[in-house]
Design a protein around this ligand. Structure first.
Ligand code: GLN
Length: 477
């Protein structure tokens, strides 16, 4: 096996035993990047120099010498943070995000900033202002989104692990479509300081990795209260790696009947149902649960997320950040900057959100959506009386073809039908590989847990993963 194929745990074992050096690891990953990046296009910016500096700094910690990729919506001091948007194309943040700071202190080295849908709005990376990332399993297909660059980089061996952000599915869906692991922690578990805001009541940062254990290792470092983010929760952080290794005897796995609907892709349905059977065979107890407000989740999300986005993105006016178009006066400068700087999907969402928040409509749209959000949250509270984790598909289909859905925003929005409710309820969720389509595309299983119970999620995911071979498969690029 080549070094670039290994994840965090695999590399750590070799590094700790001094069988390889951090230098060899970094060289292996960068030669892999040289070999495949032209085809995959996972990175907006490669940061080899920064990686060399970090290696030379020689921080010793849990992630000593581990090459990690960072989604390009997290601020990195001295390295541009573009959000894959023209409006931030040359923006260099004057400060470092808390997550990247913590990973750096733990010794990791950053390979680069990965591509995303502009401002994390999308499910395919086709909304990137720069280029579309390709799915390493089939270069004619999308890698999912919005953290498509991170997922593709992990799957193709262009890093050992990566950071993603998830507002409605953006860690889990690309992980699913690229055949890797993606963990969205509970809202408040990980500091969002330095994450460029999309929808602040939904956004959460998490790891995209090759194995469940690797996700636990990263979460250990990322999690915990941060005085710089008032929404980060002052709850204790357990050692998540301990949960990766416990059996699932007696764990109740809830299957929401509303998630196995007619018209669902039969290959996805079969893979997920087989995964539940597999979990049963190793001691878990399947139970049926009901999430009756599931049908309202996508509509609710697209009111709340666009409203928050319209407010968050008001700051890009050509004065404070990045790109500025020359206008004839101040107002014209604002208008020109925003007209030229934002792409079509971002504009669509700003307009939707501004409308939903406007006087006279606020109660009918935003107020109503908040109420439905509470109902969705209560559905989960009820379901978690009968179940310890809930199992669903991550995405209704495997990776689709580039261009297939870009003309129809609604079709694109529906690709998050199984992931969005989890953000609305603020719960932790993971996507892990659970099979392949006949055409050789990965399928993902989503496991959802109670608030701040990432441990049970990791425990169940790891036990399932270890009873299968799916996570060992890699694309032949
Ligand atoms: N695909 C969803 C959207 O377009 C979710 C994006 C995300 O989680 N950042 O909003």
């Amino acid at each position: 096996m080549e070094l670039f194929e290994l994840g965090i745990e695999g590399l750590k074992t070799l590094l700790d035993k001094k069988e390889v050096t951090p230098r060899e690891v970094l060289d292996s990953v960068f030669s892999r990047i040289d070999a495949v990046e032209e085809r995959v296009k996972a990175y907006v910016t490669l940061t080899r120099e920064k990686a060399e500096e970090m290696l030379a700094a020689g921080n010793t910690g849990v992630l000593s010498g581990i090459p990690i990729a960072v989604k390009d919506n997290m601020c990195t001091k001295g390295i541009r943070t573009t959000c894959s948007s023209k409006i931030l194309e040359n923006f260099i943040a004057p400060y470092e995000s808390t997550v990247t700071e913590r990973l750096a202190k733990a010794g990791s080295v950053f390979t680069g900033k990965t591509n995303l849908d502009e401002f994390a709005m999308g499910s395919s990376t086709e909304n990137s202002a720069f280029f579309t990332t390709k799915n390493p399993w089939d270069l004619g297909r999308i890698p999912g989104g919005s953290s498509g660059g991170s997922a593709a980089a992990v799957a193709s061996g262009e890093c050992a692990a990566a950071l993603g952000s998830d507002t409605g599915g953006s860690i889990r869906q690309p992980a699913s479509l690229c055949g890797v692991v993606g963990l969205k922690p509970t809202y408040g578990r990980v500091s969002r300081y330095g994450l460029v805001a999309f929808a602040s009541s939904l956004d959460q940062i998490g790891p995209i990795t090759k194995t469940v254990k690797d996700a636990a290792i990263m979460l250990n470092i990322m999690a915990g209260r941060d005085p710089l983010d008032s929404t980060s929760a002052p709850v204790p952080v357990p050692d998540f790696t301990k949960a990766a290794g416990m059996d699932v005897k007696g764990i109740r796995v809830g299957i929401p009947k509303e998630y196995f609907i007619e018209g669902m892709d039969p290959e996805v349905e079969k893979a997920v149902k087989d995964a539940v059977k597999k979990m049963e065979s190793i001691g878990a107890i399947p139970v049926e649960v009901s999430l009756p407000h599931t049908g309202y989740a996508v509509a609710t999300y697209y009111i709340l997320a666009t409203s928050e986005a319209s407010s968050n993105l008001a700051r890009y006016d050509g004065v404070k950040y990045g790109f500025r178009a020359g206008g004839k006066d101040l107002l014209d400068t604002y208008l020109q900057t925003r007209a030229q700087g934002f792409g079509p999907e971002v504009k669509r969402r700003i307009m939707l959100g501004t409308y939903a928040l406007s006087a006279g409509y606020y109660e009918a749209y935003y107020g109503r959506a908040q109420q439905v959000r509470t109902l969705i949250k209560r559905d989960f509270e009820e379901a978690f009386k009968a179940a310890d984790v809930i199992a669903t598909p991550t995405s209704p289909t495997a990776a689709f073809k580039i261009g297939e859905k870009s003309a129809d925003p609604l079709q694109m929005y529906l690709s998050d039908i199984f992931t969005i409710s989890i953000n609305l309820a603020g719960l932790p969720g993971i996507s892990i590989p659970c099979g392949f389509t006949g055409g050789g595309l990965p399928i993902g299983l989503q496991l959802i847990g109670r608030h701040f119970d990432e441990e049970t999620v990791i425990r169940a995911a790891h036990a399932y993963e270890q009873s299968t071979e799916w996570h060992k498969k890699r694309p032949s690029l």
